[in-house]
Structures are given as C-alpha cells and as structure tokens.
Design a protein around this ligand. Structure first.
Ligand code: ADP
Ligand code: MG
Length: 625
C-alpha cells in the first residue's frame, strides 16, 4: 500500500521490466509518455526507445543482467504516444520479482537540458562556420602562443594549432617585419595604444611570401588578455596596383609619342614645302649648267642636301606614329632599309647581318610607322638572342602566294637568328603582353604583343619557329595590294620622260605652283597652272577637252584636291589625274580608286618621279583610247 502510494505520487517515472517486457509503469511515467498501463502491459520495452539508442540499451541490459554492472545509469531518447521525442535518464537496478530477476528503473526527464546542449552545439557550429568562411584569416594569440586559427588561415598559410611543433606565430612573419610585430603585440597586451591596422608580410612554410593587411584587436580569451588578428591577403591587389601604375606610365608615354607625332606631322608639311623649291630649283640649275662647271657641282650639292632633308622628314615621321587607322601604300623594303640602317649602327661588329631583300616587292597597305615598329621589335629580339655568343641575323623580304593561291599574295618578312632559341613551353605565351624571359631593363614583354597587334590590324599573320640553342625564325605575312599606283622606282634616276601634252596644274601655294609649272614646261609640256582650285575648275569646265592630264595638290582651301578630282572626273571620266600628297595629308587608296584618281606623287616632288608619273598616266590613257 505504502509502496504504491509512493510510486504513484513520486514526481518521476518508475518502471519494472522482466525479460524485456513492461510489467509496471507508474502514473507519472504513463502520463509523461501518454500511454495507459493497459496499452503497455507486457509490451516490449525496447519499442519505446529511439532506434539510434536501441543498441546501447541492449548492451547495458546485458551487462547488468550478467552482473557485470551493479546498476546502470543511461540516457535514451523515447517516443511518446503522440510521436514526440524525450530524453530520459534511466537509473536501473536488478530486483527479484516473483522469483525471477527483473529490472527496476527510475526515469528522469532530461529533455530540456539535452535540447539546450544541442542548440549550444549547433550555434557553436554556426559561429565556427562563419569564422571559417570569412574572407579574412583569423588568428588568436594568447601568451605569445597561437590558440585559435580559422580554416582559411589553415588552408592558405598552413598555420594550424596541431603539428606546429611549438612554432611561434613570429615564424610566419617576414624576418624584416618581426621586431615591429612583436613590439606592437607586447605593447597592445599591456594596454598601450598601438595602430590597429597595418601591412605585414607573411611567410608560408613553403617559403612563399604574402603581402597582408592585418587588423588587430585586444580580446579576452578564456579569461586572459589575447589578441585577435584578421588577416587579408592583398598580394594580388598590390600586384594589380603595380601593373596599373606601369600601364598608366605606358599610356602617358604613348600619349606623349602621339602628340609628338602630331607636331612632327605639322612641321613636316611646312618643311616639305620648303624643301620643294630647294630640290626643284637646284635640279633646274643643273640642267642649265654644264656638268663640268663648278656651279653645277654646287647645285648638285644643294640638290643632294635637299633629298637628304626629304629622307630625314620621312624617317622622323615613321617614328612618330601617325593616326593608327591611316594606311597608305608602303613598300616594306624601304622601311626595312631604314630600320636596318638604324639598327646596324647599334649592333656590335661581331654580329653579322645578312640581307636578302627583294627590292621590287609590291606595296602593302599599311601605316609605315607601325611597319617600322614591327621590324624594329623583331630585330631587337633577334639581336638579344644572338648577343650572348654573337652570331648571325638574316633578314629577307620576298613576295609569296600563300598555300599556292595566286590571288592571295603576301609580302613575307623573315627574320632568322642563330641565337639562344625559345623553349617549347614558352611558345604559347610569346604574344602575351608582359611575357618576358629577359632581365628587368632589357625586356618589357611588350615587343611581340605590339607586333602581333599591328600585324592583325593589317590583315597579316605571324609564325615563329625555334629550337633551343639553334636559333629562331619569325615569318611575318602582309597582304599585298593589287593595282594601286605607286611611284615607280625601278627606272634609272636620270631618266626623264618628256612630252608635249596639255597639263592643268593646281596648287594653292604660289611658289610650288610656279615651280611645278616650270618643271613641266622644261619637260616639253604645255602647262596651265592655278593657285585656286575654284579657278582651275572654271577653266576645266569651259573646255574639258582642252587638257590631257591634271596634277592637283590634296590640301587646298575651298575645294580640296579629292573634291576637285571627283568633279573633273564627273565632267570627263577619262581624264588622268595625279594627286600630290604630303606625309600627313593622305588619301586612302580605296578612296582614290573610288574617285578614279590614277596617279600619286609624294611631296616634295622631284623631277624624275614627276616626269615618270606624268608619262605613265599619259601613255596609259593613249593605250586605253
Ligand atoms: P621582350 O623582348 O621585351 O622580352 P617580346 O614580347 O619581344 O618581349 O618577347 C617575349 C619573349 O619571347 C622574350 O622575352 C624571349 O624569351 C622570347 N623571344 C622573342 N623573340 C625571340 C628570339 N628571336 N629568340 C629567342 N627568344 C625570343
Ligand atoms: Mg622584344
């Protein structure tokens, strides 16, 4: 009676099982799990237990029944009738019931404690996750020892609590930064004011150096003062900043070159007009004088000096890049000769340069300054390659059809050196900007990148073959232009074609017009010249059949040369027209062709080319008609 009174009122569960079956569960126990005694009587106790805990239950049960344990104290999850899970602690003891051993247990609810424990564990995991996945690396240092590192720090630097073998955090710091870091650490721990953010170089165990930005704060770790440091690897950012700076410098240099180019172009225009009378008048003087006389010699000197001046202007202009999109017919051979002249003077004499340049190679459509740069960059590379042990550089230029297709003809520039060669693993990288194997100051890695860009811009191609220690061969292909007229250069210089046809000459500058007039008259032609394009047009309109050929300047006030040409051709489609252009006032061959301009002369115009171009066009016209 008294027993029942106690067990029915005690605020905990009391359960008696025998052979695994429930014999008795007190009132508290029944209410707690929601079953009545009738439901439970003789049912297997294990059915109430969460499947994950059943193995443990069986093991403890066997132990206690075999006498290996006097009493058992274990926590299991049990299911209530409503399907809820509770954590129950069972304190069990073997008792005798009706002459057989049975198990009597007290049941205590530990659910809320367990739930708290679990949620604490979960929240700890969440925080750990957050800290591990921060972009920053985190380390906590207490008493000079590392007591916490997040996952990122472990992975990226290899700093870990385990396996450090008593390594101090200082060993991860660049030797030059150690004193500063230690000093700040000690002062911070003492409570002194020290900068919270600064840059530090870290050294990974494999020796790699990282530039990092760190932010340190004083915290309490397990009740003692410690520092928490957030570390951000800024190596990539620093590198990008460096590259940006280099690019900006390069850009500034390019801009400077461009304004120089503009300036040079402007000067060249005027300078060409100054050179023109010098060349033309000395040429005429020579005609009037006897070649034996001293005066003839003097005039020849002036003439030659004038030509040299013209060459110089061209050379300056090919350096100072003109507008990139401006392409004109260019003879690669002339550019090559210029570049070779320039580079020859800088090469040591034990480096042999072999030239095999086809001098009547057709013109390509190009920006001469850029072709100059291509040749210069490739020759510089060849020079660097042969420099260590001297050797030969071979430069060849020839015309070739690609893949036997005669309509696709190319000017092929080949530069071969007997130098160090290129390792096969570098072949893919050669054209990348900043790829260089050369020491600082010698190579920037931009040479081939620029070459590649220019060649692609010209519709060409480049191939590089190489063998280490044997040398390299670079082939550059530029598509040739078809039938665009260029100044014939294969005639003897003193050849002066003459004639008596009627020529209309237009140039806005009086001295130029006058000189041209005189030159043509001396060649036998009948000339009418104008300094106003409008007046010239007037004269032509009055009688389009009165002229056999027109020579016009390009840049003129009012009606420009191309506009004039277009109008004249509209009036008389078969009229041959020669356009005189300076270096900076070009007309593209497509436009010229579209308009119907058949001839070109480059300023300053010398008499031999003038006579030849005039004759060529007139002869062409008679053949056609
Ligand atoms: P840079 O000459 O400034 O290094 P480039 O873009 O001109 O840059 O060339 C890139 C790299 O290609 C060079 O550093 C070199 O390793 C390799 N290279 C180019 N031309 C040759 C050559 N003729 N012989 C050997 N190596 C070459
Ligand atoms: Mg180079």
């Amino acid at each position: 009676m008294f027993n029942d009174l106690v067990s029915e009122n005690i605020p905990m569960g009391v359960i008696l099982t025998q052979d695994g079956r429930i014999l008795y569960l007190n009132d508290w126990g029944c209410r707690f799990i929601g079953y009545s005694m009738d439901d439970l009587k003789n049912s297997p106790f294990i059915n109430l237990i969460h499947p994950d805990d059943q193995d443990l239950l069986i093991q403890r049960y066997q132990n206690i029944m075999a006498g290996r344990e006097q009493s058992a104290d274990s926590c299991y999850r049990i299911f209530s009738k409503q399907g809820e899970t509770f954590w129950i602690r069972f304190r069990s003891k073997v008792v005798q019931h009706e002459g057989k051993p049975a198990l009597m247990s007290f049941m205590m609810d530990e659910t809320s404690g367990k739930r708290q424990e679990e949620s604490l564990k979960r929240s700890e995991e969440r925080y750990r996750e957050l800290v591990d996945n921060l972009a920053e690396m985190i380390v906590v240092i207490k008493g000079g020892e590392i007591c916490f590192v997040n996952k990122r720090l472990k992975e990226e630097v290899g700093m870990d609590l385990q396996g450090l073998g008593g390594m101090s955090f200082l060993e991860f710091i660049h030797p030059e930064d150690r004193d500063m870091v230690l000093d700040r650490y000690l002062r911070r721990i003492k409570g002194e004011q020290v900068p919270a953010c600064y840059d530090v170089r870290l050294i990974k165990p494999d020796g790699q150096e990282l530039t990092c930005e760190i932010r340190v704060s004083l915290i309490s770790w397990e009740g003692e003062p410690a520092t928490q440091t957030a570390i951000l690897d800024i190596s990539a950012r620093r590198q990008a900043e460096k590259e940006k700076l280099a690019l900006e410098k390069r850009l500034a240099r390019i801009e400077k070159m461009e304004s120089l180019g503009l300036l040079a172009g402007g000067i060249a225009h005027d300078f060409n007009n100054i050179l023109f009378p010098i060349i033309a008048i000395s040429e005429m003087l020579m005609e009037d004088l006897s070649p034996e006389s001293q005066e003839y010699g003097n005039a020849l000197e002036i003439y030659n000096a004038g030509l040299r001046g013209g060459d110089l202007v061209k050379q300056i202009l090919s350096f100072s890049r003109q507008q990139d999109d401006e392409k004109i017919p260019v003879q690669v051979q002339s550019v090559l000769h210029e570049v070779l002249k320039l580079i020859r003077s800088t090469l040591p004499s034990d480096i042999e340069v072999i030239q095999d340049i086809e001098d009547n190679c057709c013109a390509i459509l190009a920006n001469p300054g850029q072709i100059h740069q291509v040749a210069m960059n490739l020759l510089t590379n060849a020079y660097h390659a042969v420099e260590p042990s001297s050797g030969t550089i071979q430069v060849s230029l020839r015309e070739s059809a690609l893949n036997g297709n005669q309509s696709l003809r190319y000017a092929v520039l080949t530069i071969t050196d007997s130098g160090v060669g290129i390792r096969s693993e570098y072949m893919d990288k050669l054209y990348e900007p900043y790829f260089t194997t050369k020491e600082a100051g010698k190579g920037t890695g931009l040479g081939l990148a620029v070459v590649y860009g220019i060649i692609k811009d010209h519709g060409g191609d480049i191939r590089i073959r190489s063998e280490v220690n044997k040398g390299s061969t670079v082939d550059v292909f530029f598509p040739l232009i078809g039938d665009v007229a260029s100044t014939p250069s294969d005639l003897p210089e003193d050849y002066q074609a003459r004639g008596s046809e009627r020529i209309l000459l237009v140039d806005d500058e009086l001295p130029v017009a006058k000189l041209g007039h005189k030159m043509l008259e001396r060649l036998g032609y009948q000339v009418i010249s104008f300094t106003s394009s409008a007046e010239a047009l007037d004269a032509f309109q009055k009688d389009p059949q009165a002229f056999d050929l027109v020579i016009t300047d390009m840049n003129m006030p009012g009606i420009t040369g191309d506009q004039l040409a277009e109008t004249l051709i509209a009036l008389r489609p078969d009229i041959p027209i020669i356009m005189c252009t300076g270096f900076s006032e070009r007309i593209s061959p497509e436009t010229a062709k579209e308009i119907g301009i058949k001839g070109f002369l480059m300023k300053p115009v010398i008499k031999s080319s003038l006579s030849q171009e005039v004759r060529r066009l007139l002869d062409q016209a008679t053949r056609v008609s």
